[in-house]
Design a protein around this ligand. Sequence first.
Ligand code: UDP
Length: 239
Amino acid sequence: PQEPVKYRRVMLKISGEALMGDQGYGLHPPTVARIADEVKSVHELGVEICMVIGGGNIFRGLQGSAQGMERATADYMGMLATVMNALAMQSSLEALGLHCRVISAIRMDEVAEPYIRRRAVRHLEKQRVCIFAAGTGNPYFTTDTAATLRANEMACEAIFKGTKVDGVYDRDPVRFPDAKRFDDVTYDEVLARRLNVMDASAIALARDNNLPIIVFSLDEPGGFRGILAGRGTYTKVHG
Ligand code: UDP
């Protein structure tokens, strides 16, 4: 029997580090392929999929500026890193037979489409996976904020934030085995308790537009699809 699907259009946000496997840096193609497979299994349910991938596996603006680079320049380098990750994911998705567009907030027409909102919506309607690259196109932002911005613009029903753990905990669950996972938590509580979900500007942007954030484990095979079918453990951040 067909699994029930609660969402028709979603944003999947993953960090750049999710693509590096155990390497500690850069891209690990088998890991990219594994995540592409998870995306495919959700696409098969008929769900329209947007993606934002971070760049932290290659370059982070804050790190660069800590080493003496001008912050804005370092941030642009971070945005370029997200384009590389997006292209790697596009390649893996296409190898699985999915149609996919990389849409960049910074123009580079030879490698990616420019961001034109209505055109991106059309891609989604045609079941193409849209990977939004180069963050928001602005320094001093993060890809969490970019994911929230694009999710709002694309009228996604939720952001799925794939992490190493299966939700939001009151303390770091890796360091504290007795940390408690929330089934659901409000935006305001995330901000007040500085819970590790997304950065504060992204949370505020989600809150102001009532966009739920589902935090789940990307390491769990079939986890992404399972949640869309109403199964599995995760934390829902909402109003
Ligand atoms: N970045 C930026 N503006 C944006 C999105 C990203 O300047 O709208 C830069 C910023 O320097 C950031 C880097 O791109 O450090 C990589 O993104 P992020 O740190 O969000 O990646 P993640 O931690 O998700 O891998």
